[in-house]
Design a protein around this ligand. Structure first.
Ligand code: BGC
Length: 816
């Protein structure tokens, strides 16, 4: 990847050079008379970050044989404006511009705009003006999240003292960094893991998950370092002087960047009451890399400035050629949405500094001392091994064996790839990420391969940025196959068929799963990933004891289910409990019913068309699904509380009727997770049991509705393939099977492997399904799937709107 990027850089530099030199003929030698087309303005040399940028710009321009003007503003907006004017007077066509003060720079940007010069905001956003053409940046919210996450990962127990520091209030980035850190830290402040020690403003706002810009300003005003070492040092010392010894001990420090981190770390290290500290940073400045090697700074966030420089140059070239630079996002600067291209960032600490900073060519090994000692840390690692938090002994999967004969997993277990690292990204965050990692523990122990899980809630957006930047994770865990399909189509995904033989795959997975993993690649279909974990929705829970006592039997067909309902009514009981209230998401229970019926009454092809928006809601197929449900829900005596209660009963309360004596209802259709809402003392196979929601038309087999995860590889290194093979073993899902609520999708998963018998039996029911489809509303565009479909189904259920109107309205809401 790196290789490609540098080739690309050379090519773009050559293009740029030819543009820049066009005024002075074909000679590649720069001359003093060459018209200057691009200028760069950086804020200050006092913050080492910008010296990195200067060097990287110079490297890039020198490589192209041209001397660009790079001006520094010495931290002074007046000087910055003079710099802009100087470049304009020299005839530049594009200015790559990092403002000292985002808002103060608006006037200078406007001057450039008036002179017909394109303004590329570089790393920092110029605010409150329409005179910004483009923004190249790192994902700054992700920087803050990486810092916050690092502190969270290192903290155990509760009451950990937390000291917060921020960047300069004049820098828009300071807000984005703080926002990202707050996203991650706030829940951990709310649950008592951390206690803020140095900001009364932050304490006052600590219950708020999201802060406004004004609220952040209040906090930043109190904890700003202004990006200056001495301000940071003085503030840290003042905080330490004010804090009693009880607020010290093992402390956690959010420091916004490397320069301030070193100043703050030195102050904390010098305080006798501080036993240990974890401190964040950013920029991978050389002195901080040395601090990390020496154990004096805990982490930094590597923002590969080479990427930003090449993106800025590509944008400048686009403008010079009369084109528009590539846009992958927009950032609002207070006046307009500025087209932007954010890049990914990487967390670096002792565990990966060698790989991320040295081996990647970012800094030369010769600039550091002590790199050789990193492999053998003298102190115990601060991060507890994953094993410490994994429940033991629920089911003994034994040693890691399996995968294709002679394949990569076998080689890995023989030690062939020990010492390597595989990165995985996905949507799982606490606490599920822990379960996920527990499932990988055996792999790590057996192979010596480290699995580095990134994971965050903005997975999809982040992944797309990372892939664009050529920095895809090795493997990604997709909860929605449609998202994976896009990358498969672009040729970014390693074909599983290229290393896992067809006979192994068909022995491992039900054909329905293999079919769903088959996706279009650029030159024909590929097997895009391996299925790992799933959930099943097509279940009917029933009041087992009363059901048996009444002599009822589990229905095998839809007709039998309807007959059973009628029988219960004839016997004086109520068959169903239905509740679809779920606050802002009210209606989802109804849409799940519609999806289950669609799968039982029409082809998978039609179901997929419906999801894609090409089979309308007003079609006979969808209308029939609603009517099939109406025949149960709206029939007198069929639903506990009557039709009126359906939309007002909270979904999680609705199964309660199964457990009253006598039961308020006998049947309740809901996904596997609903057991979590059953009374704590309810016993499986005694008080409750479940059956598969029966088929309606034999032509459509025994379909299952649910959700599942598919893992796909972006890189084909052997250790990556070894992990992909491991993910095809039920053992890799063990962290979830140990607790509850999720199923292993591989054929080898048997009920005994699950901690709860009910999960094992649901797993068996899922394995018996002949087809599987994802929850349709989750796949539809948000306006429909989490909007008009929920609402329409609710209005229909309550009787507020008639079915035809509802279906037409949902169709009309489909985004054009
Ligand atoms: C940059 C950081 C830098 C800080 C101080 C921010 O705008 O994004 O990389 O550490 O300014 O110079």
């Amino acid at each position: 990847m790196k290789h490609n990027r540098s080739i690309w850089l050379v090519i773009s530099m050559l293009v740029l050079a030819s543009m820049l030199l066009s005024a002075c003929g074909p000679s590649a030698t720069p001359t003093a008379t060459a018209a200057l087309k691009v200028g760069v303005i950086l804020p200050t040399k006092n913050e080492p970050r910008w010296i990195q940028d200067e060097t990287r710009f110079k490297d890039a321009f020198t490589q192209a044989g041209y001397d660009v003007q790079i001006l520094f503003s010495d931290g002074d907006s007046a000087k910055e404006k003079a710099n802009v004017e100087s470049l304009i007077s020299q005839g530049v066509k594009v200015i790559i511009f990092t403002p000292q003060d985002g808002t103060a720079a608006a006037a200078a940007a406007q001057e450039a705009r008036d002179a017909g010069v394109k303004v590329i905001s570089y790393d920092r956003l110029i605010r409150d003006t329409a005179a910004v053409d483009y923004y190249v940046t790192f994902d700054s919210v992700a920087v803050g999240e990486a810092q916050g996450q690092y502190l969270v990962d290192k903290a155990t127990g509760t009451g950990n003292p937390l000291y917060l520091y921020a960047g300069a209030a004049t820098d828009n980035n300071a807000f984005l960094f703080f926002e990202g850190a707050w996203n991650v830290l706030q829940p951990k402040i709310a649950d008592g893991t951390f206690v803020i020690k140095n900001s009364s403003e932050a304490v006052g706002l600590q219950d708020k998950a999201t802060l406004t810009r004004d609220e952040m300003s209040q906090i930043i005003g109190q904890v700003t370092t202004d990006w200056k070492f001495d301000v940071a040092k003085n503030l840290a010392e003042a905080n330490l002087t004010a804090a009693p010894a009880a607020d010290k001990g093992d402390v956690f420090i959010l420091a916004p960047n490397d320069g301030t981190a070193r100043a703050i770390a030195d102050s904390f290290a010098a305080d006798g009451d501080v036993t240990s500290y974890v401190v964040t940073g950013q920029d991978a400045e050389e002195p901080s890399v040395q601090y990390i090697i020496d154990g004096k700074q805990s982490m930094t966030v590597l923002k590969d400035v080479r990427t930003l420089v090449s993106d800025a140059i590509a944008a400048a070239v686009a403008y010079l050629e009369g084109n528009t630079p590539e846009q992958t996002a927009t950032y609002n600067n207070g006046a307009i949405d500025v087209p932007a291209k954010p890049s990914v960032v990487v967390t670096v600490d002792q565990s990966n500094v060698q790989a991320a900073v040295i081996d990647s060519g970012y800094w030369p090994a010769a600039d550091f001392t002590g790199l050789d000692t990193l492999g053998a840390p003298t102190e115990a690692p601060t991060e507890p091994p994953v094993a410490a938090e994994c429940p033991e002994g629920v089911y003994d999967f034994g040693p890691v064996t399996g995968g294709p004969a002679g394949g990569f997993l076998e080689q890995a277990v023989a030690g062939a790839f020990a010492g390597t690292t595989v990165t995985v990204d996905g949507t799982q965050v606490e606490p599920d990420d822990q379960k996920m990692k527990c499932g990988w523990k055996a792999f790590e122990e057996a192979t010596g391969i480290t699995v580095n899980y990134i994971g965050n809630k903005e997975f999809e957006a982040r992944l797309s940025i990372a892939v664009d930047a050529g920095q895809a994770p090795d493997i990604a865990d997709f909860p929605q196959p449609g998202v994976l399909a896009r990358y498969a189509e672009q040729g970014k995904i390693v074909d599983v068929n290229s290393f896992m033989p067809a006979d192994y795959l068909s022995a491992t997975y039900n054909q329905a799963w293999l079919d769903m993993a088959t996706m279009a690649g650029p030159s024909g279909p590929i097997s895009a990933g391996v299925w790992n974990r799933g959930f099943m929705k097509s279940l009917v829970w029933y009041a087992k004891d009363d059901f048996d006592a009444s002599g009822y039997t589990v229905p095998q067909t839809w007709d039998e289910l309807v007959a059973l309902s009628d029988q219960i009514v004839a016997d004086g009981g109520t068959p169903w409990c239905v509740g679809i209230e779920s606050q802002a998401a009210t209606g989802w229970v109804a849409t799940d019913w519609v999806e289950d019926i669609m799968l039982r009454t029409t082809s998978l092809e039609n179901y997929d068309k419906w999801v894609a928006g090409t089979l309308p809601f007003a079609s006979p197929e969808v209308k029939n699904a609603f009517e099939t449900i109406a025949a149960i829900w709206f029939k007198e005596g069929n639903v506990f509380g009557g039709r009126d209660q359906i939309t007002t009963t909270f979904f999680a309360d609705s199964p309660a009727g199964l457990f009253t004596d006598p039961p308020n209802c006998f049947l309740h259709r809901q996904a596997s997770f609903i057991t979590g809402n059953f009374p704590a003392d309810a016993e499986y196979k005694v008080d409750y049991d479940f059956f598969y929601l029966p088929p309606i038309d034999d032509a459509y087999g025994r379909p299952a509705l649910g959700a599942a995860d598919i893992y796909a590889a972006f890189n084909d290194r052997p250790e990556v393939k070894a992990l992909m093979e491991y993910l095809s073993l039920p053992m890799s899902v063990s962290g979830f099977m140990n607790t509850s609520g999720a199923l292993a999708l591989q054929n080898g998963a048997v009920p005994e492997m699950y901690a709860n018998a009910v999960d094992g039996d649901i797993g068996a029911a899922l394995a018996a399904a002949t087809s599987f489809r994802f929850d349709a509303s989750d796949l539809m565009p948000g306006e429909v799937g989490a909007g008009s479909f929920w609402k329409g189904a609710t209005d229909w259920a309550s009787g507020a709107a008639d079915l035809d109107t509802v279906l037409q309205e949902i169709d009309a809401s489909w985004p054009k």
